[in-house]
Design a protein. Structure first.
Lengths: 538, 337
C-alpha cells in the first residue's frame, strides 16, 4: 500500500481522508438501503396493476426518449462531421445550446403552446383570424408531451459524444471503405456507426439515467411513472419507507446504465483518436444540402428557439412580473452556490484522484468509484437522505449536526456534492489518466516529493480542463430544482425555485423571467466553453 | 483562514434575528409575501419563508425536531393539515379570537383555516343548457346522460382526493367505490393538465362539464393570464352543486403552530393577523379564494359567479384527511389515472 520515498504517516492520512470522502459520498445510497430494508414489504406489489402500469409507462417513455435522442443526436453529429452544407458551422455549435433548457421548462412551453387558447391559438388567430384555432392544434397525450420534452432537451449528450467518436475515426478506415466501393450509406452503417458505438452508448446511458430519474417533467404532465410513484407512496400514502424501497429498485435499474456507461468509457479509451491525415468534408448539393440544413434547423428551432421564444413572448406580454423580481439577489444566490460548490467539488475530486494515483490501492480505487453513484439518484431522494441521515447521527452522537446541514448553505453544497460529484470526479480522473505514470516516476527521481510532483507536473496539465469542469457543474446547479427546494435556508431563492413557485400557482407566464435568466446564464456558460466541448478539433 | 472563519460566521448570521417568525408554506402566492411584509410593518416581527411541497417540508420539520427553527406551517389542503397533525407536526393552540372568527368545521385544536376554496362544476352554455343542471349534485355526475361529458384532472391531485374523501365521509366506502367507477366512465378524455386546463377544455367545446376550483376561473377572468384566456373564461359558466342538500364542497388553506416553535406567541399573533379584515380582503382579492371571516366579501369577480351559494357547512374538513388514502385507492381501482 505505501509508496516509495514518502513518510508513512502522510500516505496513511491520505488513505483515511479519501476513505472518509468516499464513505460520506455514499450516504444517500446507504440511507436508501437501510430504510428500504426495514419495511414490512408486501411482495404482491409486483403483481399490482398500478405497479405494472407505472413501470410500463416508465419503460415506454425510456424507449421513445432513447430512440428520439439517438436520431436527434447521431444524425446531426454525422452530418456536421462528414459533410459541408448551408449553416454547418452554425449548427455544429448551436445544437448543444439545448443543454441550457431544463426538461421541465421545455414542458411548460410545450403545454402552453398547444393547450386550448394557448400561444399556438394566439399565433393561428394572428395569421388566419379563425374562430376555430383550438381544433387545428394537435392534442398530444401526456406521455407524448413527456417524451418530446425529455428528448429535445437531452439529445445533446448523444450529439456531443457521437460527434467526438466520429471525429476520432480513422481516415484510413474510411478510405478503405471507399476503395471497397461502399456507398455513403454503407459506409455509415458498416464503418462509421459501429466504430462510434461506445460514444453513442455513453450518450444514451446518460440520457437513460436522466430520463429515469426525471420527476419535474412527468409530474407536470401527470404521467404515472416509477418516479411519480415514489412520490405518491410518500405524499399520498405517507409511507416514506416504501418510497425508499421503490427508489432502490429504480436505482438498481439506473445503475445498470451507469455501469454500462462506465464500462464503455473505459473501453473507449482504447479507441484512441488516431486521426491520420486530414479528413476532407464532402460538400452536399441540391436536395441533400437542403435536407441536411432543414433537419438541423428544425432540431435547433424546436429544441432551443421554441422554448426560448415562448419565454421571451411571455416576458414581453406580462412585464408586470418583472416588478417583484429580485434580480440582483437571485443572481447573487445562484453564483454563490455555483462558486462554492464547484470549488468544493473540484478540490475534493483533485485530492481523491491524486491520492488514488499515488496510493495505487485497489480497494480504495473501487470504493471511490462508488462515490459517484449519486448522479443516478433522484434529487429529492438525496435531500431526504441528508435530512434522515443527519437526524439519525445527531441523536446518536448527541451533537446537533442538523442545524448545520438542514436548511443551510452547507447542506445545499453537500446535496450538490452527492448529486454532481461524478462530474468533477470523472472529469479530473480522465485528465489524470492522460498523464503518463513515467512522468511521476521521473519527478520522484529528480527528488520531488508528491506535493511538488502534483504542483509542477500534474497541475499544469490539469488546470486547462478545470474551467470546463467548473462550467459543467455550473450548468447543472443553475438548473437544479429538488435539492435546492428542500434543503435551502429561509428566504433563499434561485431561478429554478422562483420558476417552480410560479408554475405551482398556475402563473406559468410568470415563470418566463426566472426561466429566461436560467437559460441565459446556462447558454453563456455553454458559449464560453465551446472550445472545450469541441476540443477534439485540435 | 480568516476569510473562511468570516464566511462561516456570515452564513450562520443569516439565520439569527431577534424578533421573527419562520414560516414553512406550500402556498406560493407573491401576494401572500406582500401581506407578510405588511405584518412586519405593523408589528416589527420579520417573517422568514421557505416554500415547497407539503411532504418534504413536513419531513424536514419532523426530522429537525427540537432544533427546528420553524414556527408555522401553512398548507393548501385540509387533508394535508390533518395528516401533518396526525404526524405530530403541530402544537395545540387555544385562541379565543381564532375560535370566534373561524367556523368549527374549518379548524381543529391544532390548525386554523385561513381561506376557503369551492370545487365546483363549469359548463359551456352553448353545449349544455343550464336547465339540464338544475338541482344537480356531485352524486348525480354518474348519470348516463353525462356520458363523455366530464373533464377533471388526475387522481394524484389532492383537491380531487379531498372531494372523493368528502363523498366517503357522507356516504361510506361502498357507495363511493361504485360511484367513482361510474363517474370515470363519464370522462370526456383521459385526465390531464391542471384545473384551468379543464375549464379551457369546456370553453373549447372538447368537454361539456369540468370540475375545478373557483379561483382558477377567477384568475382567468381577471386577465392575469392574458386576453385569450379571459375570453375563454367568458364562454364558460360556473355551477354550484348540492344546493338542495349539504352544500358545495369546500376546502381550505390552513395554518398551524409547529410543536417546537421557538416563537409561539409571535406565531399566534401572525395567525390572528391573517384573519383580520384587511388581511382577508387582500388575500381573496389577489388569489380569488373565499374569505374565512364573514365580514369580508369575496372578490367581485367571484361574487359575479354567484356570491350567495350554500357552502357545505356539515362535513368537517378534517374528514378529508381521514379518507384521502382510501379515496386515492378507490380512484386508482376505478381506472382514474
Amino acid at each position: 500500500m505505501t509508496k516509495i520515498n514518502q513518510p508513512f504517516y502522510s500516505t496513511n492520512l491520505s488513505f483515511y481522508i479519501i476513505l472518509c470522502i468516499s464513505i460520506i459520498s455514499i450516504i444517500p445510497l446507504f440511507t436508501i438501503i437501510i430504510n428500504s430494508s426495514i419495511i414490512d414489504f408486501d411482495f404482491t406489489l409486483f403483481k399490482n396493476s398500478q405497479f405494472l402500469e407505472y413501470t410500463k409507462n416508465s419503460l415506454i417513455i425510456l424507449f421513445f426518449v432513447l430512440f428520439l435522442t439517438f436520431i436527434f443526436g447521431v444524425i446531426p453529429a454525422y452530418l456536421v462531421t462528414f459533410y459541408n452544407f448551408v449553416g454547418v458551422k452554425f449548427f455544429k455549435y448551436s445544437l448543444i445550446l439545448s443543454f441550457a433548457i431544463p426538461p421541465y421548462i421545455f414542458g411548460y412551453s410545450l403545454s402552453a403552446f398547444f393547450e386550448n387558447f394557448g400561444s399556438g391559438y394566439t399565433l393561428i388567430n394572428l395569421i388566419w383570424d379563425t374562430n376555430n384555432a383550438n381544433s387545428y392544434l394537435p392534442n398530444f397525450s401526456p406521455i407524448v408531451n413527456s417524451v418530446l420534452s425529455l428528448s429535445f432537451t437531452l439529445y445533446g449528450y448523444v450529439y456531443l459524444l457521437s460527434r467526438t467518436s466520429f471525429v476520432g475515426q480513422s481516415v484510413n478506415l474510411l478510405d478503405l471503405g471507399k476503395s471497397l466501393g461502399f456507398s455513403s450509406y454503407q459506409r455509415f452503417f458498416k464503418i462509421i456507426l459501429p466504430c462510434a458505438r461506445p460514444g453513442i452508448f455513453i450518450g444514451l446511458s446518460l440520457v437513460a439515467m436522466e430520463t429515469l430519474s426525471d420527476f419535474g417533467t412527468v409530474s407536470y404532465f401527470g404521467v404515472s411513472t416509477f418516479t411519480t410513484e415514489i412520490y405518491n407512496s410518500w405524499f399520498i400514502f405517507d409511507d416514506l419507507n416504501t418510497s425508499n424501497f421503490l427508489s432502490l429498485l429504480l436505482l438498481i435499474f439506473v445503475l445498470f446504465f451507469f455501469i454500462v456507461e462506465n464500462y464503455l468509457r473505459k473501453d473507449s479509451r482504447f479507441h484512441s483518436l488516431k486521426n491520420e491525415g486530414k479528413r476532407k468534408k464532402q460538400a452536399l448539393k441540391g436536395t441533400k444540402n437542403f435536407l441536411a440544413t432543414a433537419f438541423c434547423l428544425c432540431l435547433f428551432v424546436f429544441s432551443f428557439v421554441f422554448p426560448f421564444s415562448q419565454m421571451l413572448y411571455w416576458s414581453i406580454k406580462f412585464p408586470e412580473y418583472l416588478a417583484n423580481f429580485e434580480i440582483l439577489k437571485l443572481n447573487l444566490n445562484t453564483f454563490l452556490l455555483i462558486f462554492f460548490t464547484s470549488f468544493f467539488l473540484i478540490s475534493v475530486a483533485i485530492f481523491t484522484n491524486f491520492g488514488n494515483r499515488v496510493l495505487k490501492n485497489r480497494f480504495l480505487s473501487v470504493f471511490s468509484s462508488l462515490s459517484i453513484s449519486g448522479y443516478a439518484i433522484p434529487g429529492i431522494i438525496i435531500s431526504v437522505s441528508i435530512i434522515s441521515f443527519f437526524s439519525l447521527v445527531s441523536s446518536f452522537i448527541n451533537f446537533d449536526l442538523k442545524t448545520i446541514f438542514i436548511g443551510s448553505f452547507y447542506g445545499l453544497i453537500l446535496g450538490y456534492f452527492f448529486r454532481f460529484y461524478s462530474i468533477a470526479y470523472n472529469g479530473i480522473k480522465s485528465n489524470f489518466l492522460k498523464i503518463n505514470y513515467s512522468l511521476d516516476e521521473s519527478s520522484y527521481l529528480m527528488g520531488f516529493d508528491k506535493f511538488k510532483t502534483f504542483s509542477t507536473v500534474h497541475w499544469p496539465i490539469l488546470n486547462k480542463n478545470i474551467f470546463f469542469i467548473f462550467i459543467l457543474i455550473a450548468i447543472e446547479i443553475i438548473k437544479e430544482l429538488p435539492i435546492t427546494l428542500i434543503l435551502r435556508p429561509f428566504n433563499f431563492e434561485t431561478f429554478s425555485t422562483r420558476a417552480y413557485n410560479f408554475a405551482t400557482q398556475d402563473l406559468i407566464e410568470a415563470t418566463a423571467i426566472p426561466s429566461m435568466f436560467l437559460i441565459f446564464w446556462a447558454s453563456i456558460f455553454i458559449l464560453i466553453s465551446f472550445k472545450y466541448f469541441f476540443q477534439d478539433n485540435k | 483562514m480568516n476569510f473562511f472563519v468570516y464566511l462561516i460566521v456570515f452564513f450562520f448570521s443569516l439565520h439569527i434575528n431577534a424578533d421573527e417568525i419562520n414560516l414553512y408554506t406550500t402556498r406560493h402566492y407573491d401576494s401572500d409575501i406582500k401581506l407578510y411584509k405588511e405584518f412586519t410593518k405593523q408589528t416589527g416581527i420579520n417573517v422568514n419563508i421557505i416554500s415547497g411541497k407539503a411532504k418534504p417540508l413536513e419531513k424536514r420539520i419532523l426530522e429537525e425536531g427540537k432544533s427546528c427553527k420553524g414556527d408555522l406551517f401553512f398548507l393548501a389542503d385540509a387533508g394535508r393539515l390533518y395528516s401533518s397533525q396526525k404526524n405530530g407536526v403541530f402544537k395545540k393552540v387555544s385562541s379565543k379570537v381564532l375560535e370566534k372568527k373561524i367556523p368549527a368545521q374549518f379548524r381543529s385544536d391544532y390548525w386554523f383555516g385561513i381561506t376557503k376554496r369551492a370545487r365546483i362544476i363549469f359548463y359551456n352554455p352553448k353545449k349544455i343548457s343550464s336547465e339540464d343542471l338544475v338541482n344537480l349534485s356531485y352524486e348525480d355526475l354518474t348519470d348516463k346522460r353525462f356520458n363523455k361529458y366530464i373533464a377533471i384532472r388526475q387522481s394524484n391531485n389532492v383537491y380531487n382526493q379531498s372531494l372523493i374523501a368528502s363523498l366517503i365521509e357522507n356516504h361510506g366506502l361502498e357507495y363511493t367505490r361504485s360511484w367513482t367507477k361510474k363517474f370515470v366512465t363519464n370522462f370526456s378524455r383521459k385526465p390531464k393538465g391542471n384545473d384551468r386546463a379543464q375549464i379551457l377544455s369546456v370553453a373549447s367545446g372538447e368537454s361539456k362539464l369540468a370540475i375545478a376550483n373557483t379561483y382558477y376561473y377567477g384568475l382567468m377572468l381577471s386577465g392575469k393570464k392574458g386576453k385569450e384566456q379571459k375570453e375563454a373564461a367568458k364562454k364558460v359558466r360556473p355551477f354550484f352543486p348540492n344546493q338542495q342538500n349539504r352544500g358545495t364542497h369546500m376546502n381550505i388553506s390552513g395554518i398551524g403552530v409547529l410543536k417546537h416553535s421557538p416563537n409561539p406567541d409571535n406565531a399566534i399573533k401572525f395567525i390572528e393577523f391573517l384573519l383580520t379584515h384587511a388581511a382577508q380582503e387582500h388575500m381573496v382579492n389577489n388569489t380569488f379564494e373565499y374569505p374565512m371571516i364573514e365580514s369580508v366579501d369575496p372578490p367581485s369577480l367571484i361574487t359575479k359567479m354567484g356570491g350567495s351559494f350554500k357552502q357545505d357547512n356539515i362535513t368537517n374538513v378534517s374528514s378529508y384527511g381521514k379518507w384521502q388514502t382510501d379515496a386515492f385507492k378507490i380512484m386508482q381501482e376505478a381506472g382514474w389515472n
